[in-house]
Write a protein that binds this ligand. Structure first.
Ligand SMILES: [Zn+2]
Ligand SMILES: [Zn+2]
Length: 347
């Protein structure tokens, strides 16, 4: 849902007051704290809901090029290189197997970090350390469990309800697979990721763009398969195996970045708020001086036509700082506009 600021049409809303049913942009809320999601409504003084980037996110179908460029940054390329080249060079024994397994785990962990980070608004890939450090390796085991449960569900449907139910269940599982991966990445719960109600709700909230994404995912998988096939048939095994692995991993990162972006784009519908994280902070947010709040209040009152209130605000402010030339100028312009200037020579 796209909402503009009530006072600045064309500017995306960042805050919403449920009490006044008004949307405010960042300019109207210079004193709000977006990091902590705390903002007080300037009209009714009640806490407002932070909308994050929900109202300004570029839809995923407008940034397909960015999805293709995503893996081609230093960090993901290094992760992919380590995880596909080292196993190729490792000795073919138990130790080599262990190295292969550990690196496969690291790559999977990195892949799931891509979903989480993208959903939080990081449009640049996670750092290299994300693959090899800390906890979070259990996501791989959880994903295997989800696949096993889904396989079990399809088998059970076939045994209990015959071929028709088998096909219907299979169709649902295949269709809901991206939704399931998204839910697992965000909630880290096998139960939530296989709950059909949960998955159907997610798909329904996103609506038809889910199926558009699904089409793109199929195209990506096909392209990845064709590229790997080309590598395997045109190069010697020494080159083709790592190359195919490399292609597989880059396409997987694109795919997971897309899934994460779908969450980011539909954050409002899915019930969370996130904002673009990679942009450089334009100014020091700790330095929130009150004059910005005053300017925003004045602007709102003027736009609402509350000229008396605007005049009172300015007069009160001038009692506190009688030498503030900016406020004197504002008051003068307001009075002039209201045709309320007592000229020096009374009639
Ligand atoms: Zn505004
Ligand atoms: Zn309000």
């Amino acid at each position: 849902m796209k909402h503009d600021c009530h006072y600045h049409p064309g500017d995306p809303a960042k805050w919403h007051c449920g009490e006044c049913q008004l949307h405010f942009c960042a300019r109207c809320m210079p004193d709000a704290n977006a990091k902590q999601r705390r903002g007080i409504c300037p009209q009714c003084n009640k806490a407002m809901r932070y909308l994050g980037a929900a109202t300004e996110v570029v839809p995923f179908w407008h940034r397909l090029g960015a999805f293709f460029r995503y893996p081609f940054h230093a960090d993901p390329l290094l992760v992919i290189a380590i995880c596909t080249l080292v196993p190729a060079l490792a000795p073919r024994n138990l130790l080599g197997m262990l190295v292969w397994l550990l690196l496969a785990l690291a790559l999977m962990k990195y892949t799931y970090a891509v979903i989480n980070r993208t959903a939080e608004g990081h449009l640049k890939p996670p750092p290299l350390a994300e693959a090899f450090s800390g906890s979070g390796f259990n996501i791989v085991i959880l994903q295997i469990l989800v696949f096993a449960l889904m396989g079990g569900l399809v088998t059970a449907a076939g045994l209990l309800g015959g071929p028709l139910l088998l096909l219907l269940t299979l169709a649902f599982v295949v269709l809901a697979l991206p939704a399931s991966i998204m839910v697992l990445a965000m909630e880290r719960s096998v139960g939530a990721a296989v709950n059909p109600l949960n998955l159907a709700t997610l798909i329904a909230r996103i609506g038809s763009p889910y199926f558009l994404l699904y089409g793109y995912l199929i195209l990506l998988v096909l392209a990845s398969g064709a590229a790997q096939d080309f590598a395997l048939t045109h190069f010697s095994e020494w080159v083709s195996r790592p190359l195919a692995g490399f292609l597989n991993s880059t396409f997987t990162l694109m795919l997971f970045h897309m899934l994460g972006y779908l969450l980011f784009q539909y954050q409002e519908e899915l019930g969370f708020a996130a904002d673009y994280q990679d942009a450089v902070e334009p100014e020091d947010h700790h330095h929130r001086d009150r004059s910005q709040r005053f300017d925003a209040d004045l602007d709102m009152n003027l736009k609402d036509g509350n000229y008396d209130r605007a005049q009172t605000l300015l007069l009160e402010q001038l009692k506190r700082e009688p030498d503030n030339s900016l406020r004197i100028g504002q008051l003068y312009r307001l009075l002039a506009a209201r045709n309320d200037i007592r000229s020096g020579s009374p009639q």
